[in-house]
Design a protein around this ligand. Structure first.
Ligand code: SF4
Length: 178
């Protein structure tokens, strides 16, 4: 463990997990384990779908595979493709929040999931597997070994400890290289 004052260490968090009513249905997904983590770290709430002006409530998105690429499209309106907007927002967050030392993402979201989000064939009729959301996938690609976790993993105390230690190690490595 590092000697950092933990409250100085920034982590990103999917806003809905902190109780913000930003989901497509106007609800939140407040999670007590995530709130506890935010007693230790400086949590920065981020909702990519809200940030790209999709509004609340909004029509839900899902992930579809088109050729070899995954896209985030409207479930009811396949002409609504927000893949580029979500990727661009991730690049902006990567640039504007260079001190993030970890990230807690909402499981199964087409924007925020980490290897837990179902993706479908192009017409949405057949599930093909699971992958990361567009935003979280870009954040992971851009941020290298940034520690990430989904709220569902935080039901396990060992996973909470593993994440906390990984965040401290990341913060220490970063301050040594600064
Ligand atoms: S899962 Fe991500 S995109 Fe969806 S409401 Fe939560 S923060 Fe917003």
């Amino acid at each position: 463990m590092s000697t950092h004052s933990t409250k100085q260490i920034q982590i990103g968090v999917s806003s809905c997990l902190l109780g913000d009513k930003v989901r497509y249905d106007g609800q939140d997904k407040k999670n007590d384990n995530v709130l506890k983590l935010c007693g230790q770290f400086d949590c920065i709430a981020i909702c990519p779908e809200y940030a790209i002006d999709l509004g609340v409530p909004r029509a839900p998105l899902h992930l579809v595979q088109i050729a070899s690429e995954i896209h985030a499209r409207g479930v009811a309106n396949p002409h609504q493709d927000v893949t580029g907007l979500l990727a661009e927002f991730a690049a902006n967050i990567h640039k504007s929040l260079p001190d993030l030392c970890g990230y807690v993402f909402k499981a199964r979201s087409p924007s925020c999931g980490v290897n837990s989000t179902p993706f479908f064939n192009e017409d949405g009729t057949q599930q093909l597997g699971f992958t990361s959301g567009i935003y979280s996938g870009c954040i992971q690609q851009l941020s290298g070994n940034l520690p990430v976790v989904e709220e569902t993993q935080l039901n396990d105390n060992n996973e909470i400890l593993r994440f906390i230690e990984a965040v401290h190690a990341f913060a220490s490595a970063r301050s040594r290289s600064a």
